[in-house]
Design a protein around this ligand. Structure first.
Ligand code: NAD
Length: 401
């Protein structure tokens, strides 16, 4: 939960607003099951959380991860509240999850499971109260299954483009990570991003597209990893070849690494680079790993990659952190465009999506940079201050406080 005590010194946060933002509006615990043969039943724990809906309907991805819990889902929904507020998107914070390793079941079983999940939260989806999108472990095809069940294109975002999805949505979070990196390199390091060296942990949707945009810009991506481990080259990795390989569903441990070094996910965090981009899972920059960080700047592409203890250590080391609610907001900004298009019948190009993300992010970044300068807040606190100001104003607009 957000540390209101720390932020109170910069911003007057009414007690009523604190109370509302401290308690999620709705938490649902479900057990999704499917019969997959005679005497064989698959059962998975599943969660749906609405954190705060003052700005609009609950927006947030659906996570498929074996150990996901209600607490993790709640934390992710909370992040969405602040992320949407920061970017000026009229959505509230939501999240859903199924405690499942998607690689452990067949495509057919996964399809049945998602259909069952839709049946369980059908009212939320069809009424537009909750709008899911891909997150860790889920894909555009999974969103297509949800759409197939609801028949409402605006009920889910991150769909494949030919099914009402948005050109550029798949790349959108990575695009936003790139834009945040570009702005932060310029503002904080006085460095053009094309000259930056970068280490990226995670090579899924977010990590791979972040890597692609950074590589295209001329930045030197020296390390990339997935759950099986990573690859390193001081001179820069062959990013397109690695991404082609990963997109075939293969793990990096199988990549023919002649001329490259293998590196662990932990060692990636300690590389002497300009930009460190954790883009996989949460809680990787911790009391144990943060002391070893040598990067000049951390850009949080994943949600919650830095623990509070890790954050304090990075602050002591004077390593600025561009927080998740800023760095990975490109996904929800694009989701907003997709949702708006689904309602209006409008169509937009990938370039228009990128331009919209860039404009939203540049606007928020400028405002946060001003707070960092004028209020001597950290970059993380600066982002939360802007988001909180928006939320408090919206609560007043609604006479909630
Ligand atoms: P993904 O499933 O597409 O990819 C996850 C990547 O992390 C894969 O390369 C996987 O091999 C790797 N990984 C998994 N466990 C790991 C571990 N223990 N150590 C190192 N690597 C590991 O997921 P994604 O959609 O790219 O999401 C990544 C992060 O970004 C998550 O925190 C997610 O919440 C966040 N995020 C995603 C989006 C989006 O649009 N997909 C938007 C905002 C934030």
């Amino acid at each position: 939960m957000l540390d209101f005590e720390r932020l109170q010194k910069y911003l007057d946060i009414p007690e009523t607003a604190r109370m509302m933002l401290s308690a999620p509006e709705k938490q649902v615990i479900m057990s999704v099951n499917i019969k997959v043969g005679a005497g064989k039943l698959l059962i998975y724990d599943s969660y749906l959380v609405y954190h705060n809906l003052v700005l609009g309907p609950a927006k947030g991805g659906i996570r498929f991860a074996p150990n996901v819990t209600l607490a993790e889902t709640r934390t992710l929904a909370e992040l969405m509240t602040y992320k949407c507020a920061l970017m000026g998107i009229p959505f509230g914070g939501g999240k859903s999850s199924i405690a499942l390793n998607p690689r452990s079941i067949s495509e057919f079983e996964k399809r049945m499971l998602i259909r069952e999940f839709v049946h369980m939260i059908r009212d939320e989806l069809v009424s537009g109260a909750y709008i899911p999108a891909p997150d860790l472990g889920s894909t555009p095809s999974d969103m297509a299954i949800i759409y197939g069940e609801t028949h409402h294109p605006e009920s889910v975002t991150g769909k494949p483009p030919r099914l009402g999805g948005l050109p550029g949505r798949r790349e959108a979070t990575g695009r936003g990570v790139f834009t945040a990196s570009r702005l932060a390199c310029r503002e904080i390091l006085n460095l053009d991003v094309s000259k930056a060296s970068v280490a990226i942990q995670g090579c899924g949707n977010v990590g791979s597209h972040s890597a692609a945009f950074l590589h295209e810009s001329g930045a030197r991506v020296v390390a990339l990893s997935d759950v099986s481990g990573g690859l390193y080259s001081k001179a820069g990795l062959p990013v397109p070849a690695i991404l082609d390989f990963v997109r075939q569903g293969k793990l990096l441990e199988e990549f023919p690494a002649e001329g490259l070094e293998r590196i662990t996910n932990q060692a990636i965090l300690a590389l002497p680079v300009d930009l460190l981009i954790p883009a996989a899972v949460e809680d990787v920059l911790t009391a144990e790993t943060a002391p070893g960080v040598q990067a000049k700047l951390v850009v949080e592409a994943a949600n919650g990659p830095t623990t509070p203890e890790g954050d304090q250590i990075l602050a002591r080391k004077k390593i600025p952190v561009i927080s998740d609610i800023m760095a990975n907001s490109g996904g929800v900004v694009a989701s907003y465009v997709e949702w708006r298009n689904a309602k209006s019948g409008n169509q937009t190009s990938a370039q228009e999506t990128y331009d919209f993300i860039d404009a939203k992010m540049e606007g928020a970044f400028k405002d946060v940079a001003r707070r960092v300068r004028e209020q001597k807040a950290s970059w993380r606190d600066g982002a939360y201050l802007l988001a909180l100001s928006e939320l408090i104003s919206a609560m007043r607009d609604r006479s909630w406080i």
